[in-house]
Design a protein around this ligand. Sequence first.
Ligand code: GDP
Ligand code: MG
Length: 847
Amino acid sequence: MSNKEEYKIASLADIPTAYKCVIVKIGGHGGLRHRLMEMGFVRGETVQVIKNAPLSDPIEYQILQSRVSLRRSEARKIDVIELTDSNSDAVRSDTTKDEYFGTFVEEYDNNEQLSKKIQEASHTITVALVGNPNCGKTSFFNHATGLHEKVGNYGGVTVDIKTGVFYHKGYTIRLVDLPGTYSINEYSPEELCVREYLSKNEHDMILNIVDSSNLERNLFLTTQLIDMNTPMIMALNMFDEFSAKGDKFDYKTLSTMLGFPIVPTTASRGTGIPEVLQAIIDVFENKKDITHHIHINYGNDIENAIASVKKEIENNKDIINLYPSRYLAISALENVKHTVAELEALHNGKQILDEAKRRRENLEKHHHEPIDTQISNARYGFIRGALKQTFVPNKSNTKRWRAFRADDILTNRWLGLPVLLVFMWIMFETTFIVGAYPQDWLDMFISWLGGLVRGWMPEGMLSDLVVDGIIGGVGSVISFLPNILILFLFISIMEDTGYMARAAFMMDKLFHKFGLHGRSFIPYIMGFGCAVPAIMATRTLENRKDRLVTVLTIPFMSCSARLPVYLILIGTFFPKNQALVMMSLYLFGVLVAVLSAKVLSKTVFRSVSEEFVMELPPYRVPTARNVLMHMWDKSVQYLKKMGTIILAASIVIWALEYFPRNSAAEQLVAQQIEQTEGMPVDSCFTAEMKTAAIDSLSYLQAAVHSEKSFVGRFGHLIEPVVRPCGFDWHIGVALCTGIAAKEIIVSTLGVLYQAGDVEDAEGESALQVKIKEQTWPEGSEYAGRPIYSPLVAYGLMIFVLLSVPCISTLAAIKREAGWGWVLFTFVYTIFLAWLFSMLIFQIGSLF
Ligand code: GDP
Ligand code: MG
């Protein structure tokens, strides 16, 4: 016991069965550390090995009164000091765990030497200095350690790794001065050296030294370090020069956005070094609120590729203990040799690399750019966004920022929002004006087809099914394909040019006021297309509460499936102000979403939403190929929906309306028609009068039939509920069927009003003609008056906008949030929809 050499630091994986040890350090990347600490592996804790056979995996341990098993690769990242008395070596070698009774140094607090060793080992911090050449790493190193390494004002001065050790406030700090690099790809010996050192994971944290007079370039390396997920601190060096320039830099906000401390320093004079050392200790001691891990957002396409490669990687439980899986996935996509070599050796290496290759080639094909350019661009986008939010250059120094000129207008504090609104107005205006032509052609074609089929098929149920059910139902929806394509054209142009990210950027401040942040804006905008991918896109939000708030409010963003309903009603009742009315609906949806988010984040999900970097990717001319591909995907999706859900729903609704046939009341009318037909024509009862009488009787017959049909009975059942909104039972039924998919509202009306049979009038679709004809039946409160008016139409659109999202969206919510929230969404949205359209109708009726 007297020999100091007895207490050696070993890895937990090497401690044999039945031995005890004390943990002095947890290594590895952030994710692993977090996992181990949650299992109870924290510094100073005693662990006993229950079972550790040389080749067995996992190893079993006893810690804190509970048994846990660790994979060997995990145990290797834990440093320990053995507590076993070395005099019992003889016992150790020839006993099994059951009969072994070694003498443990149980109370190491009383053993001065041992506890000193433990104290020392667990208070040693290895800090890797990483930064661009000439950012002041060596100056920092010299000042902190008191050593005298060569400082130079030219690149490549530090060619090898130097280590300096010093004591500070009870800690032993080992500083490792690495060569300066602009990135950690593998283009130069310096880069390779840094990458290899960091891969070994011998350091406890990274001190990223940044030249504050050249932030944009320096932060590039930072983005790569963030991906490695190691505890980190940033020294904002050359702060003397920076201050002299008069630029304003809110590095404290940047620090909360990046998730690690940022300390200004002037390494050449030693200013700020004590603060950096304090930050090192704070991070080492894992003080909760100063660090959190963030992800650089590489944009949807690359993120999807990362996710799928990551999934392959995670099939290997050992490699993810060595590196964060996200980092490996990104490196594999970038085809970094070091990573590729390491992955090749794995049992599932081939699958991982194949997937990475497939994804890489796909991305390169779509964007016409090598993958490293795409990833670098995304990194610069992150940096540009971070700086735009925190950095205000001195007016006289603006020259350096010339590259961002377009942003001076598009994300300008005063101009940005109006420009966005004008852009959206153009988007909707085009959707109508340009979309109207192909839409008319399609409408004409569908009516022509209906007529043709009617004439060609023998009269009877089958022809009714095809003309009224299928052509009437699917046909009334399909003609909106051109409009939807135009909307998607705009959305994909917004995404590809980089304008979408700017829109999100501008919304960030505003969104914060509602308990959201700008990152929720992209899912919101995607929600204009379809809520399902939008809900999936919320995965870029790391905080679960933020994510839930966004998921639950996305359904209020008006998706393209609602477009057919708007187009029909706006076209009929607001022909003069189409784009304006349309935009008011979209904005109203946004407003409800944002207010609901506010309420939710104030009540159910009380959380401080963290600040995020809003990426500003470079502006690009969108490639025609990419945009067309996007539109092609959407049309295929749309047509699939037509062929499946909407077709099925149309047939079901047709059947519910078609049966039962010949109710007593209907027969009565039929008899009257027969009688009328048999009546002789004379001077008092002219042929014209006869036709008119038969016509109105047939109309009555159809109405009576509808009323008595299954769907009519159901409609009447729910009519009292929707009556306060000014809706009749047809609308009530249509709204119910809309839960399957919003387009079905139109097809239901198409089927119920039998729009398949009507000839197109000038510039109006069959359904529009029918809608205008609908009147309240005799005996009702508004007897004889038209059911639809601009007021009712607007209320109906609001109802469609706010009410229950479609089944697929509910399924997506279930996946992200669970059944409870599906139920919540159901009740909450119906209530809001009903409330608003009721208010619109009731208040509007007063005037
Ligand atoms: P390294 O390449 O990152 O190791 O950088 P060095 O420590 O060799 O420093 C490069 C040059 O920058 C030297 O001339 C230093 O004197 C100078 N330098 C380092 N830190 C600062 C600082 O905070 N302010 C100023 N003005 N100069 C600095
Ligand atoms: Mg140096």
